[in-house]
Design a protein around this ligand. Sequence first.
Ligand SMILES: [Zn+2]
Length: 366
Amino acid sequence: MQTNIVSEGNVRIIKKVGGSEAFYNPLGEFSRDVFVKLFSAYALNKGENLIYAEPFSGTGIKGIRLSVEGKGFSTFIFNDINKGSLEIAKKNWNTNNVKGKGIFYNLEANDFFQRLVNLGRVDGIDVDPFGSSSPYIFNAIRSVKGGGIISFTFTDTQVLGGIHSEALEKRYHIKAKKVQFLKELQARIAITNVILEASTVNIAAVPVFAHVDKHYIRSYHIIKPKASLAGELVKDIKYLTISDCGFVSLEERPYCPYCGEPTDTVGPLYTGKIFDKDLVKKAHYISDDCERCADLFNAALEEFDRIPFYYDTKYIASIIKTSTPSKTSLIDKLNKSGFRASRTVFCPTGIKTDAPFGVFKSTFYQ
Ligand SMILES: [Zn+2]
């Protein structure tokens, strides 16, 4: 019976009741830690009566953790199309030290979003389906109040990695391949998808945070029903030029200026900022009890996110046949030469810099 009980964060939940079992993914624990911190940080200046909703509750663990560990939200609306799962979520809600009111629906996700619209919309939604969030983005966004927060999970990492390029083009309308900045590419494909779906109804889904793991991509957005702002986000959707020698550029170049070979194009891809540093600062401030969260938020605060890609120092070192230098020393050298450079949340061996590729490469030999 022990295996039926899961302890995570400050809650204890069960996965099975009778013949029913609710979906629980142990690999998502850290993403739930980050979710609780970011939604709580968002709520810090918003009062205490926010409404949270989730269309794919499973065991209900996300909403329950937000209620027990989080701040600001006082109404929690759970939904699952599976009746058995919903009963488990209810049971878990009733057996934890929750704060606020729990409401439960047994609807198909898109019907649930419509119900939220009819109820007057909510302040925060987390969309965490099996696979891609893509089919739900449009309706999910419409069920969030202006100024509200929404987060999405994409677990179709194979497709988003550009490895199956046909599937990628079909689902996300983007041309890509496996690149050195793969994790950021995955995040930006997901973000582009969210921005474009929202812009069709003149809503700006402003990206405020993203992180990527082997098993998932997570993106967070603030919803602003403003056509001009939606237009500005769309203007930042561009193509990147890439070359196998490691060169990446926002400029269109049919041939690589470094190796002379024909280049490839990746996109259309959102190339603007991903992190709302004020929100991330608040999230960092409340992350004393989660060292890994604090590290992630710290990296995001340092990240030079005007550049929409990173160089993987391991990849570049293998191309130019040298050993991988330490990231800190490379960043120091670039800074001393007058360029901006930082680490990135997306890759432990990645560096972002505004230095030209040739200059960046030369720091490997210094
Ligand atoms: Zn090249």
